[in-house]
Design a protein around this ligand. Structure first.
Ligand SMILES: [Ca+2]
Ligand SMILES: [Ca+2]
Length: 402
């Protein structure tokens, strides 16, 4: 007996409804109940259903490294996180307060002497371990006192190992400078026989050289006022350069002669001496190609700078470097009884040389923290004694999760 048309319609109506209900149920992990509503075949899921039903709860794993490198004061993107100068990778910024884990050989290198002028080792953007003025450093626990701002403990629990934050880190003269380059359009006179050369390691990426005895090259600065200046000479490096290049300095007191080993001191500023120059253009520096036993293949003429010695800066241990985006320059901030700012005019070698620091009484706003001197000094001391390393990192991470 044929089905009445009403029953056929009811069958499709009910079963199609169940079919769509089942599909919906599958997607929401209630597939198991759908056969109770109606029996309709569906696609089998590609993913095991128990995985869908029992997804793992989120887990956080803290891996805390207590290996020897945790004692280091340097963390850069360089190989092994070190700070490399020449062929040496350095691990420590400050003198050993007595508790360095490594005191000799590899892993123990402390940046010392003139190498401390490589400023990026004391800049938190490069050395992530260094003091960051944007951060407020606090004792590890609210019951612990702030660090002593002068004689700061290396480890807050032990009094026997400390660093004097007032002690000198390094000293340097500062002031203004006048640089005369061999390619300047004025203030240069020279004899024939100088070859013009383009060389990336030269000052201004160009220099001049000669192999003809008796050739002379003279730099004539325009001196704004009669002052005492340091005279430095720069020569592009070449191992065949004159090892005893002769310079004649015409100054306010007469004429002086100085010598530079252009081979050993190539690619860096070499101090010829300190002289007083009269205002104007009466002073000069001349290099002469001389015939002598160590004259090398070439005598070089590249650049000379005159640094007005207006003072010196005693950079104490409590100091840091910061970069001003608005000024487009790095600054040295010295915490030596006041917050003292020095603008850093680098010649491109990331190494602070005489004349490159200029005292700045009106530093750009983007590097001023707003802390008083005492507050900044306290923050620096807290950073040193309560290092912002593993403990702080974990604490900040947990705080972010809350
Ligand atoms: Ca040059
Ligand atoms: Ca420099």
């Amino acid at each position: 007996m044929p089905f009445p048309i009403q029953k056929i319609a009811a069958f499709f109506s009910n079963h199609l409804c169940c079919f769509f209900i089942s599909l919906f149920a599958v997607s929401w992990i209630t597939f198991i109940y759908s056969p109770l509503v109606c029996a309709v075949s569906v696609d089998i899921a590609d993913v095991p259903l128990d995985v869908q039903l029992q997804a793992s709860a989120p887990n956080i794993m803290f891996g805390i490294d207590d290996s020897g490198s945790m004692d280091w004061e340097i963390l850069t993107n360089e190989s092994d996180g070190l700070f490399t100068i020449g062929n040496t990778g350095y691990e420590y910024v400050f003198d050993n307060p007595g508790d360095n884990l490594y005191t000799s050989g590899v892993y123990s290198y402390v940046i010392a002497g003139d190498n401390r002028r490589y400023w990026k080792s004391q800049w938190s953007e490069y050395n992530k371990m260094y003091y960051d003025p944007k951060v407020t450093y606090k004792p590890w626990h609210s019951d612990m006192p702030d660090a002593d701002p002068d004689m700061v403990r290396s480890h807050p629990m032990y009094a026997e190992n400390y660093t004097n934050l007032n002690a000198a880190y390094y000293s340097l003269s500062f002031g203004s400078q006048i640089i005369k380059d061999d390619r300047d359009s004025t203030g240069i006179t020279k004899s024939d026989n100088w070859v013009l050369y383009s060389y990336s390691a030269a000052y201004g990426e160009k220099d001049s050289y000669t192999s003809v005895d008796g050739s002379t090259f003279t730099w004539i600065p325009t001196i704004p006022s009669t002052e005492t200046y340091e005279v430095w000479v720069f020569n592009a490096y070449y191992d065949g350069n004159d090892q005893n290049a002769e310079y004649t300095i015409v100054h306010a007191g007469g004429v002086a002669t100085a010598y530079s080993d252009q081979s050993a001191k190539g690619g860096e500023w070499d101090l010829l001496g300190t002289y007083t120059f009269n205002a104007g253009t009466t002073g000069s520096v001349t290099v002469t190609r001389k015939d002598h036993s160590t004259k090398g293949v070439y005598t070089n003429a590249d650049a000379v700078k005159f640094v007005k010695v207006t003072g010196s800066v005693n950079i104490v241990n409590a100091h840091y470097h910061v970069y001003s985006q608005s000024a487009g320059k790095p600054y040295l901030v010295n915490l030596d009884g006041a917050i003292t700012y020095y603008r850093y005019n680098d010649n491109g070698d990331d190494y602070i040389e005489p004349g490159e620091l200029v005292l700045d009484g009106s530093p750009p706003a983007d590097i001023v923290t707003g802390r008083s001197y005492e507050q900044e000094r306290q923050n620096f001391a807290n950073w040193y004694s309560f290092p912002g390393t593993v403990g702080v990192a974990v604490g900040l991470f947990v705080r972010l999760l809350r």
